[in-house]
Design a binder for this molecule. Structure first.
Ligand SMILES: [Zn+2]
Length: 125
């Protein structure tokens, strides 16, 4: 996989991704919706050693037990080329908004990947 780059809208935060994502998922849970103000958010899950912050300092918010959300304290974050990855599935589909209808044919899981595994995570030896 080619290196992905990204950063926030104002340019203060920059990062690189060198690992192949384990999953690219649309999250429909209420916490993700509330944190972003969007009807769902697309997250990339990957090994931590394949990700690096290269510029800036994140603000952090501990939204729920075990979940820390990082963000630019001035704006937001995104990939430079959002077409570089494609979604694998929808998570927390039972929490999806009733008016949101996506005919993308992707699998819909009632929960996260915990317990069912990630679509592209290599098997542990
Ligand atoms: Zn920013």
């Amino acid at each position: 996989m080619n290196t992905l780059t990204g950063g926030c809208l104002c340019g203060a935060i920059r990062y690189t991704v060198t690992a192949k994502p384990w999953a690219v998922s649309h999250y429909h849970c209420a916490d993700c919706r509330r944190a972003t103000g969007a009807p769902f958010i697309t997250w990339i899950t990957l090994p931590v050693d394949g990700f690096a912050w290269v510029q800036g300092k994140l603000g952090v918010h501990h939204s729920t037990e075990g979940v820390t959300r990082g963000f630019c304290t001035d704006c937001g974050t995104s990939l430079d080329d959002a077409e570089a990855v494609t979604p694998d599935d929808h998570l927390w589909s039972g929490s999806a908004l009733s008016w949101l209808h996506m005919a993308d044919g992707l699998p819909r899981l009632k929960q996260g990947h915990w317990g069912v595994g990630y679509p592209h995570k290599p098997k542990e030896k």
